[in-house]
Design a protein around this ligand. Structure first.
Ligand SMILES: [Zn+2]
Ligand SMILES: [Zn+2]
Length: 239
């Protein structure tokens, strides 16, 4: 919990008076994130992943790309993820998305920034959150990709552009095969004609990348409309 005090003459003085509790073990975290150090170390970090799509690879994998990216490179340049979508990250992301535990999202976005900042290289010109159909957003109350994009944008000083909308309702992607996901996404997304992305380097923001179907669909639309490079930034990658 962050307590902010205003003292006349001192602008934006903010400090943590009461430390929060670790969202995993409930002990006082004693740091600027509601996660204790031992629990952070124990998280399923991505250690050896495909340099293109971030798919976790076995430690003895010789190539730096997975078989699928070697056969057919995706429509995006690279996917940057911090964690494997494994216990307890799956529970944290589910709590963030489905139980409105926004402080879980804050912990996850801070972890992503702490661990991925050094891998980013040239920063993109804009961040593009994966859009959500209005009906789902109404049910959930928020779009988690917009929350993450705003966190990353504020920390890295990059504008957030809503260049793609989701006009057609789709069934949830959860539990669908790769082919079914592609079919589900066909025509689900639409480019906003007034979005200025020509010649720009963009990063698409998503919470989890599973089959890369959403990432590829978004990247293909952005490339078709003039973006020169599209990266994907996500919290977690499914093994
Ligand atoms: Zn803990
Ligand atoms: Zn790959």
């Amino acid at each position: 919990m962050v307590n902010r005090f205003h003292i006349p003459g001192i602008k934006n003085l903010s400090y943590r008076l009461i430390h929060g509790r670790c969202i995993l073990c409930q002990t006082p975290s004693r740091r600027d994130i509601d996660l204790c150090h031992p629990c952070e170390i124990e998280l399923p970090w991505l250690i050896n992943q495909c340099s293109c799509c971030a798919l976790p690879l076995p430690m003895n994998h010789i190539q730096n790309r997975c078989g699928r990216c070697l056969r057919k490179p995706p429509d995006f340049h690279q996917c940057i993820a911090a964690l494997c979508y494994d216990f307890p990250v799956d529970r944290l992301i589910a709590g963030f998305k489905h139980q409105k535990k926004l402080h879980y999202g804050a912990v996850l976005s801070k972890l992503w920034l702490d661990h991925c900042r050094d891998q980013l290289g040239t920063l993109p010109d804009a961040l593009i959150p994966v859009p959500m159909h209005w009906r789902r957003r109404l049910q959930r109350g928020f779009n988690q990709s917009i929350i993450l994009a705003n966190d990353f944008g504020n920390a890295l000083n990059i504008p957030v552009h809503h260049a793609i909308k989701h006009p057609r309702a789709t069934h949830s992607q959860q539990g669908l095969s790769a082919a079914a996901r592609r079919k589900n996404l066909h025509h689900a997304f639409a480019f906003l004609a007034n979005a200025d992305i020509k010649g720009k380097h963009l990063a698409v923001i998503d919470d989890v990348v599973t089959t890369t179907a959403t990432a590829n669909t978004m990247a293909a639309i952005l490339a078709r409309n003039g973006a020169t490079r599209i990266d994907i930034w996500c919290l977690a990658r499914t093994p």
